[in-house]
Design a protein around this ligand. Structure first.
Ligand code: ASP
Ligand code: MG
Length: 421
């Protein structure tokens, strides 16, 4: 049986017709390797931003249905142009939107999840020898309504298609050469990872590394799709391979460092120390679709019999959070609610830190040596995050990158041979 490779190209890779020609070459190169190729593309350049701006010029609260109708048009342009560019090179290609393929999603606008992908049309066209091009980011409901998957969602379209077709791998082509130990713009000695596990990549994505749409990594993990992040401008560079942690040979405790500068800390002061208060606060926020990241409840103060509850949210949810909590204030009986956006969450990530003591203390000491105050701490099995002043974020990232020796070459490697890389 022929192998299927899914390739995804982001907006910068298809920003103009010259770049689209370049993408056509990369696609044809893969086809000439003897693989069946499905290509998923985003809208050209900043098209989606531009469409959003036009909508906001006309309405402060455009309807979500019409937003999806509007935003889904961006990908419609790039798929047809890419098909033409490939045909002009003498290869057979055909483009489809999500409705034509049958990329079914939930009935939710602006951030729908994919439920099912029909493979019949895709397979039929591949079997006829065609290169198949599919619009990313969009879906359709069972009732024939157009949906979108959320900004950056084309990565998820590509991985979901790869999973549905049982593809050999999914290559995400982008304007960076792979996944780095940290942001190379902040730390010039950052090194490119040869491989990283889904688990680490998910933590990195949530910690502020904007390489991949987090849901695409979740989908890849769930379906065991090998994912590659690679450069659209360096055809022979294999980039970074993302795969299961069980397939990795991990010899270092820390794989990456990231900073999230878009968090806001909320503190609810003097919450009466009675059962049900945290439940009230966080269930109300959840109902408003506000996700909360770090949470700390202080030790109860004897004199007042109250606690302080502090947590972080994405800064884009700050307005909504404050209005929601304000309504709850008298019901909780707290003294005040504070918000601070001049903070950053700095995280170290590594599957190798499991069962290895001293990693957290190494992080705290590094920050302490720089005189950086830690405002909150949270941990998972493979991540330690500290909340610090925003002004200290880059300094912290640099020092942690050095502390955990991430400037040298390969950080984690793969056990044995890899499938078709
Ligand atoms: N075009 C959409 C966006 O700009 C989807 C994507 O690029 O992945 O968010
Ligand atoms: Mg993107």
């Amino acid at each position: 049986m022929r192998r299927i490779v899914v390739q995804k190209f982001g907006g910068t890779s298809v920003a103009d017709t010259g770049k689209i020609k370049n993408v056509a070459k990369t696609v044809i190169h893969e086809k000439n390797n003897g693989n069946d190729v499905v290509v998923v593309v985003s809208a050209m350049g900043h098209t989606t931003d531009y469409l959003v701006k036009m909508a906001k010029d006309l309405s402060a609260t455009p309807s979500e249905r019409e937003m999806d109708m509007l935003l889904s048009t961006g990908e419609g342009v790039s798929i047809a142009l890419l098909a033409m560019a490939i045909q002009a090179q003498g290869y057979d290609a055909v483009s489809f939107n999500a409705m034509q393929v049958g990329i079914f999603t939930e009935n939710v606008h602006s951030k729908a999840r994919i439920l099912k992908i029909e493979t019949e049309k895709l397979r039929k066209n591949l079997n006829e020898g065609k290169i198949v091009i599919v619009a990313g980011f969009q879906g359709v409901t069972a009732d024939g309504e157009i949906t979108t998957l959320g900004r950056g969602g084309s990565d998820t379209s590509a991985v979901a298609i790869a999973a549905a077709l049982n593809a050999e791998r999914c290559d995400i082509y982008t304007d960076v050469e792979g996944v780095y130990t940290t942001d190379p713009r902040v730390v010039p000695t950052a090194s490119k990872l040869k491989s990283i596990s889904y688990e680490e990549m998910l933590e990195l994505a949530h910690a502020g590394a904007n390489v991949l749409h987090p849901r695409s990594v979740e989908t890849a993990k769930l379906n065991n799709v090998p994912l590659r992040v690679r450069s659209s401008f360096k055809i022979d560079d294999m980039g970074t391979l993302i795969l299961g942690v069980d397939k990795m040979e991990i010899d270092r405790p820390v794989t990456g460092v990231a900073a999230d500068l878009s968090q806001t800390r909320i503190v609810v002061l003097d919450v009466p120390d009675t059962p049900g208060q945290a439940a009230k606060i966080f269930s109300t926020l959840a109902k408003e679709n506000i996700s909360v990241d770090m949470i700390i409840q202080s030790y109860a103060k004897k004199e007042t019999n109250t606690n302080d509850i502090a947590f972080t949210i994405d800064t884009s949810d700050k307005g909504k959070t404050l209005t929601t909590l304000d309504k709850l204030k008298s019901e909780i009986g707290c003294r005040d609610i504070l918000a601070n956006s001049e903070i950053a969450k700095v995280s170290i990530i590594g599957a190798g830190m499991i069962d290895r003591p001293g990693i957290a203390s190494g992080m705290f000491e590094t920050l302490s040596n720089l005189g950086i105050n830690i405002k909150m701490i949270s941990t998972s099995e493979i991540k330690i995050s500290c909340l610090v002043d925003k002004a200290d974020a880059n300094k912290a990232v640099k020092a942690l990158h050095e502390e955990f020796d991430l400037g040298s070459d390969v950080v984690a490697d793969v056990k044995g041979d890899l499938p078709n890389v």
